[in-house]
Write a protein that binds this ligand. Structure first.
Ligand code: 5GP
Length: 121
């Protein structure tokens, strides 16, 4: 798997606004926020897409969600609520091929999240 910008962030080769870090995951603010609070949780071991999550990765993917919730509690928005999204490949809108959990919060979020809504006759 080729290196992405997120490996550079993990290795501190480029800066990021880090919210949480341990040996398994890193969480940092998205550079182009789509909500008042928008951060990403990534595994330190790169996994390209959701399709590439193996049995050996199940624990860290679950842990990414627990870290998302912990940070939302720290930021005071867990009880109001938040959204987690993991985009996969082209149609999912993925641009960085190192899985990342988007965490969006800080206002009521619209649903459905896409603009080209299906027409229902
Ligand atoms: P995707 O489109 O792959 O689901 O999401 C990639 C996300 O990474 C985007 O929301 C984008 O704003 C964010 N991003 C891309 N490059 C950087 C960067 O260098 N620093 C930070 N903090 N976020 C980035």
């Amino acid at each position: 798997m080729s290196e992405t910008i997120f490996t550079k962030i993990i290795n501190k080769e480029i800066p990021a606004d880090i919210l949480f870090e341990d040996d398994r995951v890193l969480a940092f603010k998205d550079i182009n926020p789509q909500a008042p609070i928008h951060f990403l949780v990534i595994p330190k071991t790169p996994i390209a897409t959701t399709n590439d999550i193996g049995v050996e990765d199940e624990a860290v993917v679950g842990y990414m969600h627990r870290v998302a919730s912990k940070i939302c509690y720290d930021l005071g928005v867990a009880e109001q609520g938040f959204r987690t999204v993991m985009n996969c490949n082209n149609d999912g809108g993925q641009t960085v091929y190192h899985i990342h959990l988007h965490v969006l919060a800080g206002k009521p979020l619209g649903w459905p999240p896409y603009q080209d809504r299906l027409k229902v006759e």
